[in-house]
Structures are given as structure tokens and as C-alpha cells.
Design a protein around this ligand. Structure first.
Ligand SMILES: *Cc1c(COP(=O)(O)O)cnc(C)c1O
Length: 396
């Protein structure tokens, strides 16, 4: 079982580029051989002509490979400092592919404060296939070891976590994974490789909902995995092809285009995020503000160690700790849009308990701090003054 030819030509010459160059050029051909187009063409085709049976130019059918998708996959690998990239129809399709590496009886240790859809996939689909999940707090990474036994195969973590902005020490988790011969997978959706590079900290798999910051414009749903190990890449490539949850060429193009400005957008997301977090912290009606940039954030030191900056995701609660007060605030926002998702150029507000995390039972939600008044903000790249004014009027 071999990777297709297109993967073997991974542009290793881009390895030495700085991150801000990799977003634009990483893994890419400088010009296309046909007409010199600067962006890769959108190869909107399902199949490829063969001169003789098996005589093709590296692509035979677009489920197993498509040149536009390959261009994206190489870009993804490059920006995450990995050797192999794989793109899927959604972030959950990418996670689904990782889960298919395992078999009944295997056990997985996962963060308890994670994306609601990941929790739903694990508990409603893969528990049926007798994969056992342990959902635990990992803010103290040494806790992970208590749950390891001879069936444990994978540690799955998200950092910063969604929506509580907890920070998990990737390097510490990776040391535990290596000691016990487990795989470590990191959902890097919130941080993006601009802020944190889990492969460099010892992760085996980095996963993305590219729907969020990588795409960056709220116009596409797409998922990604990157890995360094060739054997693991081959297994995942086989699952991608055999299960077929691939993304189309148009969507691949949109994410590739989004990645080219990732560093510029992230810088602004971080600047605006800091301004909004500081504003909320001093507002009389606001109770708690969850943002890893605050020195009193319980894992601020780890955030400082493993992240370049603190990102544009913020959650907060109000002193009037009711569902009604939270509902009123999000309904009154004008610049912020009340919507699921995150990571786009526009600022979004969400109510996790009734939106993104509704699939987690209320008592489970409460345990991790997802109370009914919690509001999650994805800070966009608009003018920071306009965002603060909007929050001021909505809170007032
Ligand atoms: C959105 C999201 C996912 C799921 O990705 P989709 O592209 O919506 O399938 C997984 N993890 C995190 C952290 C997310 O925010």
C-alpha cells in the first residue's frame, strides 16, 4: 500500500522557509507548467485519461487524488512542519479517519473540554464500535498517566480548549505518549500553526477544522490531518481513499487561498482579541473572562511557553448568571454576528450551551464550566474600537 506519486514529490526545499513565507509558498510549485498560472488551477474533474491501462500522470480518480487537493495537502504539511498532509470534507471527517486506525477494545484518552462535535462522534459513533474513551481534564498533564493501560492507543487533545480556553502542555503530553508508546493527536484548530506547532512539540498527528482560521473567510467546510511518520501517512491515506470523505477541488482551492493570508489575519485576531479581553475584564457586568493571555489564567505560563501569542478566542460569563441575560446580550450585538463557527474575518458570538455544545449533556457541561450564561466570542479582523463599542452597547 503506497502513497500516490504526487505525495513522493513533497517539496522538501520549502522546509527552510520561515512561517510567513510558507503560508504563501510552502509545498507549492512556483508556476504551473501549462500556462504559468500563479495559483494552482481548480482541477474540477473526477477522472484522468490514461495512455495505456495504468499509464497515468499521477492521478487516476479524484477520490484517491486530485491535483488541487494535493497542492493544499502540501501546503498544510508545510505550515505545520510535517511531511505529509491529508485533506478531508470536514474537520469531523478528518477526526473520523483517525478513529478508523483503531479497533474494538482499544482505548483513547481525550480532553473533557472539547469541541461538541468531536465528543458526539466519539460517544455516539465510535463507542458503538467498542472503542473506549476516557474524557479527562488535562490541565495537569501528569493526570493522563492514571488512565493508561495495555489497551490505550491514543491521546487526543485540544488546546486552547473549546470553549473554556484551558491550555494543555503539548510537550508534557507527548513525553507521556512516547513513554507508553501511544499516539498523540492535537486538534490545532483554535491556535493554528501561526500560534503553535504541535509537531515540533512531539505530536504524531495534527488535526484541523480548516473551516475556521485556515480557510478564514467562513465560506468553506474542510478538514485536515498532518503526520510525519510514513507508515501512519500510508494508513491514513488508505482510509481517506477507502472511506472517501474527501474535499472537492473548489473547496481545496479556497483553503489554499485562505492559508496565504493566515499570518496576517492571525496577527490582527490576536491584537483585537487582547483589546476585547482587556475591555471585558474591566466591565462591571462581566464576571469571568477566559483568555489565556491573562497572567492570572491558570495555565498562562504554558500558553506563553508553547504559543507565540494568545489568539482571538474569548469566553466570558456575566454576573447576572442566567440564560436570559446571555441570550439578550448575543441578540443585541450588531457588529458581531450570532452564529456557530469561528476563525473568520468577521467577529462572531456564540452561546455554547445551546449551540456548539448542546450535544454534551448539561451536567457534563457544568462540570467543565460551560454554564448557561457563557458566551464565546471569535474576534475578527475589524476595527477594535467598533468591536468594543458593540459589546458595550450589548452589555448595557
Ligand atoms: C469546528 C471544529 C471541529 C469540526 O470541524 P468541522 O469542519 O466543522 O467538521 C473540530 N474541532 C474544533 C476545535 C472545531 O472548532
Amino acid at each position: 500500500m503506497l502513497l500516490p506519486n504526487s505525495y513522493a514529490t513533497f517539496a522538501l526545499d520549502t522546509v527552510d522557509m520561515k512561517f510567513n513565507t510558507k503560508t504563501v509558498h510552502g509545498g507549492q510549485e512556483n508556476t504551473d507548467p501549462a500556462y504559468g498560472s500563479v495559483m494552482p488551477p481548480i482541477y474540477q474533474t473526477s477522472t484522468y485519461s490514461q495512455s495505456t491501462p495504468g499509464g497515468h500522470k499521477g492521478f487516476e480518480y479524484s477520490r484517491s487524488g486530485n491535483p488541487t487537493r494535493t497542492a493544499l495537502e502540501k501546503s498544510l504539511a508545510s505550515i505545520e512542519n510535517a511531511k505529509f498532509g491529508l485533506a478531508f470534507g470536514s474537520g469531523l471527517a478528518a477526526i473520523d479517519a483517525v478513529m478508523k486506525l483503531f479497533k474494538p477494545g482499544d482505548e483513547i484518552i481525550s480532553t473533557n473540554d472539547l469541541y461538541g462535535g468531536s465528543y458526539r462522534l466519539f460517544t455516539t459513533i465510535f463507542e458503538n464500535f467498542e472503542i473506549k474513551f476516557h474524557f479527562i481534564g488535562m490541565q495537569d498533564a501528569s493526570k493522563i498517566e492514571e488512565y493508561i493501560n495495555e489497551n490505550t492507543k491514543l491521546i487526543w487533545l485540544e488546546t486552547p480548549t473549546n470553549p473554556m480556553m484551558n491550555i494543555i502542555d503539548i510537550e508534557a503530553a507527548s513525553k507521556i505518549a512516547k513513554k507508553h508508546n501511544l499516539l498523540l493527536a492535537v486538534d490545532n484548530t483554535f491556535a493554528t500553526p501561526y500560534l503553535q506547532q504541535p509537531m515540533d512539540l512531539g505530536a504524531d498527528i495534527v488535526m484541523h477544522s480548516a473551516t475556521k482560521y485556515l480557510g478564514g473567510h467562513s465560506d468553506v467546510v474542510l478538514g485536515a490531518l498532518v503526520v510525519n511518520d510514513k507508515n501512519l501517512a500510508e494508513k491514513l491515506y488508505f482510509i481517506q481513499k477507502a472511506s472517501g470523505a474527501v474535499c472537492g477541488p473548489q473547496d481545496s482551492f479556497l483553503v489554499l487561498r485562505g492559508i496565504k493570508t493566515l499570518h496576517l489575519r492571525m496577527q490582527r485576531h490576536c491584537e483585537n482579541g487582547e483589546a476585547v479581553a482587556k475591555f471585558l475584564k474591566t466591565h462591571p457586568k462581566v464576571d469571568k473572562v477566559y483568555w489565556p493571555g491573562f497572567e492570572d489564567h491558570p495555565n498562562h505560563d504554558i500558553a506563553k511557553k508553547q504559543m507565540k501569542d494568545f489568539g482571538g478566542m474569548i469566553s466570558f460569563t456575566t454576573k447576572e448568571n442566567t440564560l436570559e441575560s446571555a441570550t439578550k446580550i448575543v441578540e443585541n450585538l450588531k457588529v458581531f454576528t450570532l452564529a456557530e463557527s469561528l476563525g473568520g474575518v468577521e467577529s462572531l458570538a456564540g452561546h455554547p450551551a445551546s449551540m456548539t455544545h448542546a450535544s454534551i449533556p448539561q451536567e457534563e457541561r457544568a462540570k467543565i464550566g460551560v454554564v448557561d450564561s457563557l458566551i464565546r466570542l471569535s474576534i475578527g479582523v475589524e476595527d477594535e474600537g467598533d468591536l468594543i463599542e458593540d459589546l458595550k452597547q450589548a452589555l448595557g
